[in-house]
Design a protein around this ligand. Structure first.
Ligand SMILES: *Cc1c(COP(=O)(O)O)cnc(C)c1O
Length: 425
């Protein structure tokens, strides 16, 4: 048997950092990542033959658990007819119909291959449609790794952003304004100063790449109103929350209608898929209908569409969300009672099947609060859970996900592990 640590040594010689996406390398929690050779239901089987109950769920997509039988059969059936056509195919229509039916703000939709592609295109579309350049984004919201969005805050509230990665030109950063989340006044100030230059606002309506943060009452509506008043495009990045918190995402739950929505993760059923959709009037600015260019050799791929269609159909009648909500509450209550028992300062934001554990005694409303939580305590909690057979995200800035496949002994066992990990600290 080749162990995870042997595989990781070999991977590091061949792949930068040994991984194809940075957080997988366990750099923030320390230690060596495990390799997975198989995943089924709520469980990952590592190269070392350990079975782990998984709360990462491939970083969101696996809402029906791993290797779901219905999704697997849909992919197998599509595979019989070929892997890629390079022409339009009927799956694309079914997928578009499902998305448009389930997300009320979406009138037209374009399929892409990842969440990053979806947000990158949404930004270009907002700029092309408004013929303006500036974009507002928020600290702690992650929108993939496109240049315009890998920007962090500048020194003052009204200054433009700084590159958050080597290789992102200063010039790009100047077109992105970065503000703290949950501070409507800061957004109002920017619109007062240069409202005519703002092509759009992009945000995760529930930031979930910084743990899990909820918007203050009236915040999302305030952003909606500012965009409407100033002719700017409101983009909800629901790559994570779309089909996760409800069939219609956060926008349906909160009753806010964005102009554009980006999707990914769950809509691919475990295959690489993204999408952007919204008002037909805006979407029709995309090529070949309009002047905003966007394309993809594998976009609308039949295997990926088949997987995504199966995943969405399993969510359509809504009963899965009731079951997931129930599991989410069960986990939060189990952690809360261990927190009460141990007296460890903690916050446990949870909505449906998403939750997070912040080690702090104050509620977390933005990136700054999340940064101030106890990193050392989180890292030791992470390793304790892993030792006990439960895999949670290897960073205090990531949300946890539950799938319908957790709905058996897995959830009860995981609750015991969470409690035991807290008691051991
Ligand atoms: C994961 C994520 C992305 C990026 O999607 P990829 O498929 O990893 O490119 C963008 N926005 C949000 C909110 C995400 O959670």
């Amino acid at each position: 048997m080749t162990t995870s640590s042997e595989l990781f040594e070999r991977a590091k010689e061949l792949i930068p950092g040994g991984v194809n996406s940075p957080v997988r390398a366990f750099r923030s929690v320390g230690g060596t990542p495990f390799f997975t050779k198989r995943a089924n239901g709520a469980t990952l089987t590592t190269a070392d033959d350990r079975e782990l109950i998984d709360f990462v769920c491939t970083w969101g997509p696996a809402i029906h658990g791993h290797n779901n039988e219905i999704i697997r059969e849909a992919v197998a059936k599509a595979l019989d007819s070929g892997t890629s056509f390079g022409t339009p195919n009927p799956y694309e229509i079914t997928m578009a119909e499902l998305i448009i039916e389930m997300v009320p703000s979406i009138e037209k939709v374009r399929m892409v291959n990842s969440g990053t592609e979806a947000t990158m295109t949404a930004i270009r579309l907002a700029r092309g449609y408004t013929q303006r350049n500036k974009i507002i984004k928020f600290e702690g919201c992650y929108h993939g790794h496109a240049d315009s969005l890998l920007i962090k805050a500048g020194s003052g509230a009204l200054t433009f952003g700084n590159p958050d990665s080597a290789g992102v030109p200063e010039g790009f950063a100047r077109e992105t304004i970065v503000l703290p989340f949950n501070d409507l006044g800061a957004v109002q100030d920017v619109f007062d100063t240069c409202g005519d230059d703002i092509a759009g606002i992009i945000l995760e309506p529930y930031p979930a790449n910084v743990g899990l943060i909820f918007p203050k009452d009236g915040y999302l509506q305030g952003l909606r109103d500012l965009c409407s008043k100033n002719g700017s495009v409101l983009i909800f990045d629901e790559v994570m929350t779309g089909f996760r918190v409800s069939a219609g995402g956060v926008q349906t739950k909160e009753g806010i209608t964005p102009d554009l929505t980006t999707l990914g993760k769950i809509i691919g059923g475990g295959l690489p898929v993204g999408a952007l959709g919204g008002k037909a009037e805006i979407m029709d600015h995309l090529a070949p209908e309009g002047p905003v260019y966007q394309a993809g050799t594998l976009s609308g791929n039949p295997l990926a569409m088949a997987a995504g269609i199966a995943a969405l159909e399993l969510l359509k009648d809504g009963t899965a969300y009731d079951r997931l909500d129930h599991l989410g509450v069960q986990v939060r209550e189990a952690i809360q009672s261990a927190v009460n028992e141990t007296g460890i300062p903690a916050q446990i934001p949870q909505v449906g099947s998403m939750f997070c554990l912040y080690f702090t005694d104050t509620p977390v409303k933005d990136l700054e609060d999340a940064s101030n939580t106890d990193t050392e305590r989180f890292n030791s909690y992470f390793h304790k859970c892993l030792d006990l057979g439960v895999y949670i995200p290897p960073s205090k800035y990531e949300g946890n996900f539950i799938s319908t496949a957790h709905e058996n002994a897995s959830i009860a066992r995981a609750c015991e592990v969470f409690a035991e990990a807290l008691r051991s600290m």
